[in-house]
Design a protein around this ligand. Structure first.
Ligand code: ADP
Ligand code: ZN
Length: 692
């Protein structure tokens, strides 16, 4: 008899070792709950970590996951687990550990994390019966281009290491990163394993999916937010049963508990949309790195403009850096010209009014004309939807605002005033609602105005607008991409939507109408995001030109802004060094970690009071533990977006040099929320990205 079983046997009237189990219950509870297990169930070999169960919760029966045997805490009589749930596959150990990590790190209820590992619906009967063996997918080897030297080197380097490694593939736009992913994934499939490819939701176009499907054939499954629950469920099971090998999706694809994960690819890893802002506030890139770690497989992060977090990790040697310095087939990077709007303004003042609309300078006008003459395509980019940024009364200065959110209303069409944060809209009145004589006028600029002006200036040109107003559905987006691809569009006008990953052969001119939008947002990553956006948008130009180079014109009031000068120089590394200098001096990420506590509720006074109490509690907690001494507590202050959907928002920022200590501090701080006023909520956002 072993020592450990002796110890159990010696306790008086010992309960069997597995009489009580911890269960992650699918409900917003701060911790797992303990349940009793019947003698019959104790004999069942399926009683193990990762198995789904049905348990009573109040008067309901809910699903949960077995986490492990435990001891009863003795206070209450514990209820029995009702049954083992066979409709769901058992979560394997490494995956379950990853889910537990997510719950701990992001301070989220464990049951609300584990429930994400399952599809929305039950498996269909028909499917359940079909017991086809996994198929060997057909790979289309004949479609492969010959690798460039750089591509071959990167693939060789990545494949020479095994097990868990984080690889950053830093390659300029059009350097053939996607080709690299596809080669690596082919090898994953050949080795009989499975892979996940994460791309930003907006890039998950048929264009991209087809590209993978052409190569990886019927190995590809896709999950995105526009699938019906039934479609999602089907794709999920196809992966789980090994009928498909490569899962392409946005963030949530990570949660498919693949039995045989061999690689994760994150394209455009710098994209802030990989951070989920509600419920489990995870960053899909960081979560993917951890999943790869638990699964002991490589993860490939790709970008032309890596996030500073990732770049910092690559510089310090934690991630392996692979670089592609040239576009494929010796295609040139676009030439970037900066048009100083201050000079243009002065010139116009001297020479009198120009025929051109105020947002369009002579050089950009010329460039569009030349592009159209060559029968090539142009794209104009402005990060603002609508006709005008706002409407203002010239008499009294009144600006219509959303009654639910602390933002100005944006004019769309002729008279439609819209809030970009909630569904609120109203009709613009000819008479000011705030003074007797005023007639409100639009100020600022939006994509709709640009489209209208272009139609007047270039009556022959076919113009299309790509923004969230025009592109309501996924089908709209797909249709418009096809039209641009087929050259049915000469000028494309868009918001940042058109910046992301699109690859149009005929596009040779990109104009940035006003690059400055976004420079001055009160967000620590505003400059980084501007640089990324400018470089990405510029990268859409001339991707398929074998001779000459695409053109990019940047119109700006701040030609000396580092986001612009480093974009013009095509020098990511210099930009990163420059910006990292700031981050280090200010103790910001990636040097320090940052957690945002957002307090929100309908009653402003209660929100404020709770935020202040939270600060006091944080200070007390800090004073009691020397490990928390380096932590800095900032605020509370009103959030830059002070009210959204009638919810007032205050925030308390907490940052610290050590992730583990900061994590422990934050978990402790919100462990007990009995003191929080009813109808006020504290949202914990670990490694917060969106601070507005
Ligand atoms: P990135 O993902 O780095 O922006 P892509 O993988 O989209 O670059 O490649 C840009 C273009 O070059 C695509 O049209 C792609 O088909 C093509 N391409 C990629 N690799 C090669 C290669 N080795 N030979 C020829 N063309 C290639
Ligand atoms: Zn609103």
């Amino acid at each position: 008899m072993s020592f450990s079983s002796l110890a159990v046997d010696s306790s008086e009237k010992a309960e069997p070792a597995n009489a009580y189990w911890k269960v992650a219950v699918e409900a917003p509870l701060p911790t797992a709950l303990t349940y009793a297990v019947s003698a019959e169930m104790r004999a069942d070999p399926r009683l193990k970590r990762g198995t789904s169960v049905c348990v009573p919760l109040g008067r309901r029966t809910v699903s949960g996951i077995l986490l492990g045997p435990t001891l009863p805490d003795g206070k209450f009589e514990l209820k029995n687990i009702i049954s083992l749930d066979e409709s769901r596959p058992v979560l394997h150990e490494s995956f379950l550990q990853w889910l537990e990590w997510l719950a701990r790190y992001y301070a989220h209820p464990i049951g609300n994390v584990t429930e994400m590992a399952f599809p929305p619906l039950e498996k269909k009967e028909k499917l359940r019966k079909s017991n086809k063996a996994p198929v060997t997918p057909t790979l289309m080897a004949d479609q492969r281009p010959e690798l460039t030297e750089e591509q071959a080197r990167v693939i060789g380097d990545i494949e020479s290491s095994s097990g868990f490694n984080v690889h950053l593939v830093h390659g300029v736009t059009g350097s053939g990163k996607t080709e690299i992913y596809m080669r690596l994934l082919e090898d994953v499939v050949k080795a009989g394993r499975q892979g996940i490819v994460l791309v930003p939701e907006i890039s998950l176009t048929p264009q991209l999916i087809e590209r993978f499907a052409r190569r990886l054939g019927d190995a590809v499954a896709v999950i995105h937010s526009h699938l019906t629950p039934r479609e999602k469920t089907t794709q999920w099971w196809a992966m789980m049963e090994g009928k498909k090998q490569i899962l392409i999706g946005a963030r949530s694809a990570l949660f498919c508990p693949l039995p045989n994960l061999g690689m994760i690819v994150i394209d455009e890893e710098h994209e802030s949309s990989f951070k989920q802002d509600e419920k489990l506030k995870y960053h899909a890139r960081d979560a993917a790195v951890m999943l790869a770690k638990y699964s002991n497989c490589p993860v490939i992060l790709g970008s032309a403009t890596p996030s500073l977090e990732t770049w910092h990790n690559a510089q310090s040697g934690r991630y392996k850096l692979h670089q592609l310095k040239a576009r494929v087939a010796d295609r040139a990077l676009p030439s970037i010209e900066v048009v100083d709007l201050r000079e243009v303004k002065d010139l116009r003042r001297q020479k009198g009014e120009s025929d051109l609309p105020f947002w369009l300078t002579e050089p950009l006008y010329q460039a569009i004309t030349e592009t159209l003459e060559k029968k090539e395509q142009a794209a104009l980019f402005l990060n603002r939807r609508g006709i005008a940024q706002a409407v203002v009364c010239p008499d009294c200065g009144y600006v219509p605002e959303c009654p639910n959110c602390a933002v100005k209303l944006t004019l769309h069409g002729r008279s439609h005033l819209l809030c970009h944060y909630c569904d609120y809209h109203e009709t613009m009145t000819e008479q000011c609602t705030d003074c007797p004589d005023g007639e409100p006028k639009p100020i600022g600029l939006g994509t709709e105005t640009i489209e209208k002006d272009l139609a007047r200036l270039f009556p022959e040109a076919r113009i299309a607008r790509m923004d969230r107003d025009e592109i309501g559905t996924r089908e709209d987006l797909e249709r418009m991409i096809k039209e641009v691809e087929n050259r049915e569009v000469d000028i494309l006008v868009g918001t940042q939507m058109i910046a992301k990953g699109l690859d149009f052969p005929g596009l040779t001119l990109v104009g940035l109408v006003l690059a400055d939008v976004g420079f001055n947002l009160p967000d620590l990553r505003a400059s980084e995001r501007s640089f990324q956006l400018l470089t990405q948008v510029a990268g859409r130009s001339g991707r398929h030109l074998n001779e000459g180079a695409g053109r990019v014109l940047i119109q700006t009031y701040n030609p000396d802004h580092p986001s612009i000068t480093y974009t013009v120089a095509h020098d990511y590394e210099a930009y990163a060094a420059f910006e990292l200098g700031f981050r280090e001096a200010l103790s910001y990420p990636p040097y320090w970690r940052l957690v945002n506590f957002r307090v929100q509720g309908l009653d402003l006074e209660k929100v404020k009071k709770t935020a202040k109490q939270l600060r006091t509690r944080a200070q007390t907690l800090q004073s009691r533990n020397p490990a928390y001494a380096p932590i800095e507590i900032l605020g509370p202050a009103q959030a830059p977006m002070a009210k959204i959907r009638n919810q007032h928002r205050w925030q308390l920022l907490v940052k610290g040099p050590d992730a583990a200590a900061l994590g422990a501090f934050c978990r402790q701080l919100v462990e007990n929320q009995d003191w929080v006023a009813p109808a006020v909520k504290i949202n914990v956002d670990v490694d917060a990205v969106h601070l507005l």
